[in-house]
Ligand binder design. Structure first.
Ligand SMILES: Nc1ncnc2c1ncn2[C@@H]1O[C@H](COP(=O)(O)OP(=O)(O)OP(=O)(O)O)[C@@H](O)[C@H]1O
Length: 304
């Protein structure tokens, strides 16, 4: 469990993280989303004691990182895969980490095997590709067999095979009852990997809910209706209290949002309007995310 209470970080006038209060529960993959500069890395750094909060607290299993005797056995993290001495072989890097945290050295070969780096364990980390570097970073996070794991953009640079492997790894770590907190900009990947989402913008909490709830709250959820009598349907829909939003998408086709599918079906039945299609159109996580964060995007490219 990770617990944040009023967690705040200011850099001069800039508020990077603004009063975050939330719990990241065990047994789940919690995705951490937000536009560039939203404060995700700063939040993770404060949880790991790498940045000092201006106000508030961040606790791991009820304790501050600084008070953990063997931190790697409590929390494993991949923040920056490049933060490895380039001249040091992968195995030596992990051995040094293990020794400084009272972790048996047999774990080193176990995690090298888990991440698929056994064959290249004696090669210098500096010679690794981006994807191999990510795998080494993940090996470091897993080394102490911790209950809490945090990954900042873990699939960055991985090929499709690697992306699938990371997804399965996150799911299996959560299934073992661990707390898995992972940031990403890849919405389709998060939709497949996460149980729950924490979305922030300009340092503030925008959403903290199960993935399905974040998606269902989007106004992009709609119902597609095909009927030979669209005008009759439009007339009856307009008479509804709180009229729905209608978009004609073809000669005999309408997209309707803001009215339950059951009500649309009943209206058609009551007024004898034939239906050729009545189907829910679910918003993607990407659409829901864009809607949530629209007002919080800090670095926006000009439209060309
Ligand atoms: N050491 C620092 N000094 C000053 N400002 C900082 C520092 N570190 C971060 N910031 C600012 O704090 C804000 C949050 O940055 P942070 O890196 O946490 O965002 P992020 O959500 O991780 O972004 P990205 O998705 O681009 O990685 C940004 O505006 C950033 O410029």
């Amino acid at each position: 469990m990770i617990t944040l209470r009023g967690l705040t970080k200011r850099y001069g006038d800039k508020v990077a993280v603004d009063g975050l209060t939330l719990e990241i529960a065990p047994g789940k993959v919690t995705g951490f989303l937000g536009p560039n500069g939203a404060g995700k890395s700063t939040t993770m750094r404060m949880i790991l004691g790498l940045d000092r909060p201006t106000a508030g607290t961040a606790l791991i299993g009820g304790r501050a990182y600084a008070s953990l005797r063997h931190p790697l056995r409590e929390v494993g993290a991949l923040l920056d895969a490049k933060a490895v001495h380039p001249g040091r072989p992968a195995r030596a890097h992990l051995l040094a980490m293990a020794r400084s945290n009272g972790i048996p050295t047999t774990r080193v070969d176990d995690v090298l095997e888990t991440v698929g780096l056994t064959q290249v364990a004696r090669k210098r980390a500096g010679s690794f590709s981006l994807g191999m570097g990510q795998r080494l970073g993940i090996a470091g996070a897993l080394l102490g067999d911790p209950q809490v794991l945090m990954f900042d953009e873990p699939v960055n640079g991985l090929d499709p095979d690697g992306v699938l492997w990371v997804r399965r790894l996150m799911r299996s770590l959560a299934a073992e009852g661990r707390t898995v907190f992972v940031s990403s900009h890849l919405m389709s990947e998060m939709q497949l990997t996460a149980d729950r989402l924490v979305v922030i913008g300009k340092g503030r909490l925008l959403a903290d809910a199960p993935v399905a709830e974040v998606i269902s709250s989007s106004s992009r959820n709609a119902v597609r209706v095909r009927t030979p009598q669209p005008d009759a349907l439009i007339k009856h829909l307009s008479a509804e209290a709180g009229p729905p939003h209608l978009t004609p998408t073809g000669q005999d086709e309408l997209m309707i949002s803001g009215l339950p599918i059951e009500r649309i079906g009943s209206l058609c039945f009551e007024h004898g309007i034939p239906l050729y299609e009545l189907s829910p159109q679910q918003a993607s996580l990407e659409e829901a995310y864009m809607e949530l964060t629209g007002a919080s995007v800090e670095y926006e490219a000009g439209v060309r």
